[in-house]
Design a protein around this ligand. Structure first.
Ligand code: 1GP
Length: 245
């Protein structure tokens, strides 16, 4: 369970983490090597792979390709059970605790067990909270759940805390892929104050300023997908510092 240990160790040292999200439905296999070389040169620490709607088999072949070019941990962030592949290093074992659809709270997880038993994936139980961002997102449509309203801060905080009390190991605040409004800093910091476990924030984050704002408010891991898909030059703004001897 080294992925989770590393996350908690980073949290303890206040070292911030950045996950690049790759949607197998959107990434062409031929583009993977170029894309991953950009990831390698950036401050990214993790690669997440997943999407709301991904055809069977695509995740497997993409993860194989990605692993050829990087040593970063590849963590599944699955929208469905068919996205489980033993080629990755770990999996965010998600429960959509902002919603009230039993399939996404426990049903898919039960379905996943026999598949997971055939893998060596590090399983990281994760409470997943969808927060309203101004437009309908894929997660909302596919899971047929309502996001929690941004203004309903108490429910957001209590839901995140309930996830921790249930024994989940991470809380993921999600505005939705391509969200017009990323999770607001005050929401992040209020949630952070409730939690002892690490906090992931993603959805609609497009600039270095927004990444830093999320970190400053208490995000331990920031997830970015769309901004890199739309513009790989964004990686150049997030280059690792050169070390000169
Ligand atoms: C989506 O949180 C992730 O599940 C990332 O969102 O694609 O908007 O960066 P973006």
């Amino acid at each position: 369970n080294s992925i989770y240990k590393n996350i908690t160790a980073s949290k303890a040292k206040d070292e911030k983490l950045l996950a690049v999200l790759i949607d197998p439905d959107k990434m062409n296999l031929n583009d993977a090597s170029r894309f991953i070389s950009k990831v390698n040169q950036s401050i990214a620490t993790h690669i997440f792979v997943g999407g709301s709607e991904v055809d069977e088999g695509l995740t497997d072949s993409l993860v194989i390709e990605v692993k050829k070019y990087t040593n970063l941990p590849v963590v599944l962030f699955p929208g469905d059970v068919i996205q489980i592949t033993d080629k990755a290093d770990g999996i965010l074992f998600l429960s959509l605790i902002s919603g009230r659809n039993p399939d996404y709270l426990i049903g898919k997880q039960v379905e996943a067990v026999s598949k997971l038993a055939k893998t060596n994936l590090e399983i990281i139980p994760t409470g997943y909270l969808l927060i309203e961002n101004g437009k309908e997102t894929a997660v909302q449509r596919v899971s047929e759940t309502k996001p929690i309203q941004r203004k309903d801060l108490q429910t957001i905080k209590d839901t995140a805390k309930a996830g921790e009390l249930l024994g989940l190991k991470l809380i993921y605040l999600e505005a939705g892929s391509g969200a017009t409004h990323a999770i607001e800093p005050h929401i992040i910091s209020e949630v952070k104050q409730q939690l002892n476990i690490p906090l992931i924030v993603g959805g609609g984050i497009r600039t270095k300023t927004e990444i830093e704002a999320a970190y400053k408010s208490g995000a331990d891991i920031v997830v970015i997908g769309t901004a890199f898909e739309d513009n790989e030059a964004f990686f150049d703004k997030l280059k690792k510092q050169q070390i000169h001897n």
